[in-house]
Design a protein around this ligand. Structure first.
Ligand code: G3H
Ligand code: 13P
Ligand code: ZN
Length: 285
């Protein structure tokens, strides 16, 4: 069933477990996420980036997500979130498409600018009953940054995190503690001490860890203990989906198969298995 993202996050904080925020771009992946969450009876968040919204059409994707939640799960709470909104217009489009929370990612801007745009988004979103995630510090991407980064320069500054929350009244914060998107080489050890300080300075704000696809169970558990409430997963779902499609085309039905439902159906199941694995890793209660 549909639930507010912020409620899902606050419940997780209270219960000392974490949730996954899983990226979708269309029907099959959305079903993988909803079915995994329904089967395990554990909450999760479905999120779409601005690129995914553009790919499918934001209103179409919004309708797909809301419809799959309504028809395929009455057992668990599922939120719908905009991931990595970059502009005010991205936020407006996502809210029009039905998200109940949005991310404004101004992490590449100067601190003052990040506060300004986050504040503007918070004012607009809160009036519509929508909550907001900001990002401070940066979580690099392979291909968009050099493979080597100066982690000390780009990780979240705890004092700024507090200032940003106080100034903007943002509801959740994506942090950088040595994590990175996709296959980017991460900091050998996450900066646990930094996370602990951030947690203590903004104790009521859910902290989000982007780039969690390659996080091991051991790291995830430690991160939950130190205060992470939500892990973002995109790459691992894409891999499960595409590898299954490739295998399907190459082996199971032969290259001449004319029924894409066979290939997409198996890919949907592979993605669902991967998502179940992640949900259990984040929340084994
Ligand atoms: O952080 C988000 C992604 O993994 C990149 O997604 O290709 O839909 O922008 P995108
Ligand atoms: P991964 O690339 O590690 O799956 O991270 C996804 C993410 O952070 C989406 O916002
Ligand atoms: Zn991300």
């Amino acid at each position: 069933m549909r639930a507010n993202t912020i409620k899902i996050l606050k419940d997780a904080m209270k219960g000392e477990y974490a949730v996954g925020a899983f990226n979708t771009f269309g029907l099959e992946i959305t079903q993988s996420i909803v079915r995994a969450s329904h089967k395990l009876k554990k909450p999760c968040i479905i999120q779409a980036t601005t690129n995914a919204m553009k790919y499918a059409g934001s209103k179409v994707l919004g309708d797909i997500v809301q419809s799959v939640i309504a028809h395929e799960s009455n057992s668990t709470q599922i939120g719908f979130h905009l991931d990595h909104g970059k502009t005010f217009d991205d936020v407006v489009n996502a809210i029009d498409a039905g998200t109940d929370s949005v991310m404004i990612d101004a992490s590449c801007s100067e601190f003052k600018e990040n506060c300004e745009i986050t504040s503007r988004v918070v004012k607009y979103a809160h009036e519509k009953g929508v909550t907001v995630q900001a990002e401070l510090g940066s979580v690099p991407y392979l291909g968009r940054e050099e493979q080597e980064v100066d982690w000390e320069q780009i990780m979240t500054d705890p004092n700024q995190a507090k200032e940003l929350v106080d100034r903007t009244e943002v509801d959740a914060l994506a942090v950088g503690i040595g994590n990175a998107h996709g296959f980017f080489r991460e900091r050998p050890v996450p900066d646990w001490e930094r996370l602990k300080v951030i947690r203590s300075m903004i104790p009521n704000i859910p902290l989000i860890l982007h780039g969690a696809s390659d996080w091991t169970e051991e790291k995830v558990k430690r991160a939950v203990t130190e205060g992470i409430t939500c892990f973002n997963i995109d790459t691992d779902i894409r891999i499960a989906f595409v590898v299954s499609m490739r295998n399907g085309l190459a082996q199971e039905y032969g290259i001449a198969t004319t029924d894409p439902r066979k290939i997409l159906g198996n890919a949907r199941e592979s993605a669902m298995n991967k998502i179940e694995e992640k949900i259990l890793m984040f929340n084994d209660q």
